[in-house]
Write a new protein. Sequence first.
Lengths: 188, 246
Amino acid sequence: MAYNSFVNPLEGPRGRYRYVSYFDEDISRFSSINSFTRLLNDLFSNISLEYCEFIEQKLALNEYWQDSSSIYPAIEVSLLGLKDILGFAFPHPGEVIDYLIQNPGLYDVVMYACSMTAEEFGSTSEITLDIFHDSESGDRYLTIYVRQKKYDDDIIARMDRICDLYEPGLKGLSGWLLLTTDYKPPST
Amino acid sequence: MSRYRNSPIVEAVCEFRFSADTPWEQNLPERFYDAVKERFPIRESRKEQAIQIKASSEGVAEHRLETIETPIFLTGDRKVLIQIGPRRLSIHHLKPYHSWGDFKSTINLAYDTVTSLTRVTGFDRVGLLYVDKIEIPESSIRLADYFTFYPHCGEGLFGDVMNFMVGCDLTYNGNRDICRLSMTRAMPKKESNSAYLLTTDYFLAKRNAVKPEDVTTWVEEAHKTVKTLFKGCITEKLEEVFNMEE
């Protein structure tokens, strides 16, 4: 049988957060089609028939047990995952959360960019997610900073490759995401 | 829930999923925007990913991804937004949440606008959800001091709890309604704080069990229950935290 799972960027796949291991995989895996297919199989291959039967029973009883749409929990839990699992630094977590909440379409792109940045720089660099305040224009941007003890010569080219992948996703959205370095040493 | 000096509410959501036989013309979001644009002048859209999976005894046989654009209408300060998808309407109020009266009037505005544009025949689901972020100015706390709803680890369990998620479904009105209560760790504003996310999601669990003309009453009763449940989840000591000077 077939069933639909409606994934809404405003609500996030909240059902997964009942199982912390699924959430870990979401954060730590590189977001490619292959990884996505593997994740689907991991999530559903063993439970699909049981789950379908459960849904069928619920439908037969005219019951509807999905969660409400919500913006906040998915963002909060994902950022906590970036911090605890991938070691991201958050000097101003409240501002980052507020920025993502007020620009809700940005969340998916940010998670995608953070996953790629962690894949590329996670073992050699400190990665910080913060808000950059442009004092001249008054604008604010969400910013991923990569900081290294000894800066690689090709750091800019590697960051540019990541930007090329996530920036098309920002088209038409409010808010913006930068990936950059300020050539400061890591804080730890 | 909003009578505290520092209200913990970071998001309130009221969502209507209309029954499949409710007429839903393609230009309904456009007409909806025309009706509410004075209060919700910012218009954006979100890309939603719909996934269809075919499962068999062998596992996932095939899957199909589809991208859907969903219109979102926001107030000028981006603190209140309405999302309108096919037979689906949700109203989101972000912090600062001032009062139930304010939120209810926004819910009524959105719902009444939909009913002026189409004939609502019933509901697959109606939900009222509150997300409370609770920040306690201590890095290590005993949960029982602040909560009456928390994970219990027996004496046989050792080690420090790093993450947790606790939840339960409570039923009301002869299983017609469910309130899904859940609590998890959250990101504190300061390293020296502890933070938790408490979510109360009260929803209609049986399709078409509430008539369109009774839905306003249902939402009002849902709010009363959610408010009582929230109060039941916390201790007086936590209420003192909500009333502390920042």
